[in-house]
Write a protein of this length. Structure first.
Length: 167
């Protein structure tokens, strides 16, 4: 009887824990090329709570991104964090990423960037370590549309960089 109760408890535990909530750690960075402007246009989508937590862990300051009491200092820390963790090289040359602005949509912060003077693109090397310092299973998805050709990268803590190529 005791053996039967133990087996029943193990089955119940296994069943209950298999339905436990599991958070998925992901961000998406979309890169589009505007040939008439010779510019890369970049949009990022990151969960606000994850970014606030990363800012706290890195700078030991509580931030309130996505809340009514966010401050200019919160935005400055966000820009600093993203500039330290996201970079682009075009044809092997490092490029300056210009922050343009942001908006909040539900629990996601959408940031807008550009890279000027991007011509004759053959390769884009992307390093995106955002949130890797916080979540071991974080995935940063890169979606690029250059010359009408779409390519994707999946960046992880083991592979924080990747190269996209166009002929």
């Amino acid at each position: 009887m005791r053996k039967l109760v133990c087996i029943g408890l193990l089955v119940a535990f296994g069943t209950l824990t298999s339905f436990a909530a599991h958070k998925f750690y992901v961000s998406i960075f979309q890169i589009n090329y505007a040939p008439e402007k010779k510019m890369l246009q970049i949009t990022s989508r990151i969960f606000i709570d994850d970014l606030n937590e990363a800012l706290f862990e890195n700078y030991k300051r509580r931030t309130f991104l996505g809340e009514t009491n966010k401050s200019p200092e919160d935005i400055a820390l966000m820009k600093k964090y993203l500039s330290q963790n996201f970079s682009i090289k075009v044809n092997g040359q490092p490029k300056t990423i210009n922050y343009l602005g942001r908006e909040f949509e539900n629990n996601v912060i959408i940031c807008y960037f550009n890279v000027k003077d991007a011509t004759k693109i053959r390769t884009i090397e992307i390093r995106n370590k955002a949130l890797f310092d916080l979540f071991a299973d974080q995935q940063n998805i890169i979606q690029a549309n250059i010359f009408g050709q779409k390519q994707n990268l999946l960046l992880t803590t083991d592979h924080p960089s990747g190269v996209l190529k166009w002929e």
